[in-house]
Every structure is written in structure tokens, then in C-alpha cells.
Design a protein around this ligand. Structure first.
Ligand SMILES: [Ca+2]
Ligand SMILES: [Ca+2]
Ligand SMILES: [Ca+2]
Ligand SMILES: [Ca+2]
Length: 185
């Protein structure tokens, strides 16, 4: 897999089609940079929702589970090929080399938790783990999210880049969604 920073302008342009209004949390100030982002982001509870065993660290399993819940935009606990295409471009950029049909071992047209786990690539998680302790703390997670959403890497989340967070702050119970996915391994 390749990382978001290799995304092409074309990939960014398609993300701009996502409606961007009212997707960030209350009080978000794009002009405040990462520091302005992280306080409110932490209060919004997203990290805690992904940290299913509440030890204030994200394991790779918790990260993979949270990402599964995130890519599953219709919350049916299956990743359709459309959901996969959107998620892959959003997280990995247009150069993403994962192939849905290869991952979909039973050719059902959906990835379930075991197929997702079998195809899991930990490079992304490792890249975010800046102190290389094998876990993501809150700051590593919020930094990784911020940099991924900041498509043009100018340390500023524009209105268009806020679209990356679609669904994260719309009132869905993320913790319940993560629980429904269950432990991946
Ligand atoms: Ca944990
Ligand atoms: Ca789905
Ligand atoms: Ca770490
Ligand atoms: Ca930006």
C-alpha cells in the first residue's frame, strides 16, 4: 500500500465532491492548525471509541477494527466494493494497490471481518507510530488523522479537506459501530 502523501491531484479533486458542510465538531477552527484541531478532536471522543479496551493505547487490531467501521459507511458490517474504493482512495490515495476482488476470497461482493483481517497491511499504522513502541497514543493518532486529511500538506484543514471527516461527527455512535464489528483477530 502507498500512503496518502502520494495522492494525485485527481484523487484530491474527487474528494472535493464530498459535501463539506457541518462535518467537523463544534468549535473547530481551521486557522488554528494542528493544535487547534487536536483539543476539540480529543474531546469528540473518536480515539476513545476506537480504543475498545480503554487502555488509552490503540493496538493494530483496534486500529484495523476502527478503520473497518469507518470504511463501512452504511453500517451493515460488510465492506462493499464501492465502500472499499472510497475508503482506499481516502486513506491511501489513488496509488493504492489493494485489489478488492483478490481480498474478497469467497467472491461474495463484500469483505467481511475475516477477509479484511487476512488482507490487513500494517504499514499505515506503523507510519503513524512515531515513537515506534508498537502502539498509537492519542497524539500519534490525531497527528496521523490530521496529516491524512490535510491532502495538500499545508498544515491547514480547508473546508474542502474537512470532507475527509465525513461521518465522523454526525452523531453516529462510533463506539457502538466498532463494537458491532468486533475483534478482528
Ligand atoms: Ca487499546
Ligand atoms: Ca457496508
Ligand atoms: Ca506509539
Ligand atoms: Ca490543507
Amino acid at each position: 500500500m502507498t500512503f496518502r502523501k502520494f495522492a494525485t491531484v485527481t484523487a484530491i479533486a474527487s474528494l472535493l465532491a464530498v459535501p463539506a458542510a457541518a462535518q467537523m465538531y463544534d468549535g473547530f477552527d481551521s486557522n488554528a492548525g494542528y493544535d487547534g484541531f487536536t483539543t476539540g478532536f480529543n474531546e469528540a471522543g473518536y480515539y476513545n471509541a476506537w480504543d475498545s479496551d480503554s487502555d488509552n493505547m490503540l493496538s493494530d487490531r483496534e486500529f484495523a477494527t476502527g478503520m473497518y467501521a469507518d470504511w463501512d459507511s452504511d453500517n451493515d458490517v460488510q465492506i462493499s466494493s464501492d465502500e472499499y474504493a472510497v475508503g482506499a482512495e481516502r486513506w491511501y490515495g489513488a496509488d493504492h494497490d489493494g485489489d478488492f476482488d483478490t481480498l474478497d476470497e469467497d467472491s461474495s461482493g463484500y469483505l467481511d471481518q475475516s477477509e479484511w483481517s487476512a488482507g490487513w497491511n500494517n504499514d499505515y499504522y506503523t507510519a503513524w507510530d512515531s515513537d515506534s513502541d508498537g502502539l498509537l497514543n492519542n497524539d500519534e493518532f490525531s497527528t496521523g488523522v490530521y496529516n491524512t486529511a490535510d491532502l495538500d500538506a499545508d498544515q491547514y484543514i480547508s473546508v474542502e479537506e474537512e470532507g475527509w471527516f465525513e461521518g465522523w461527527f454526525d452523531g453516529d455512535d462510533i463506539e457502538a459501530e466498532v463494537k458491532e464489528v468486533g475483534d478482528l483477530w
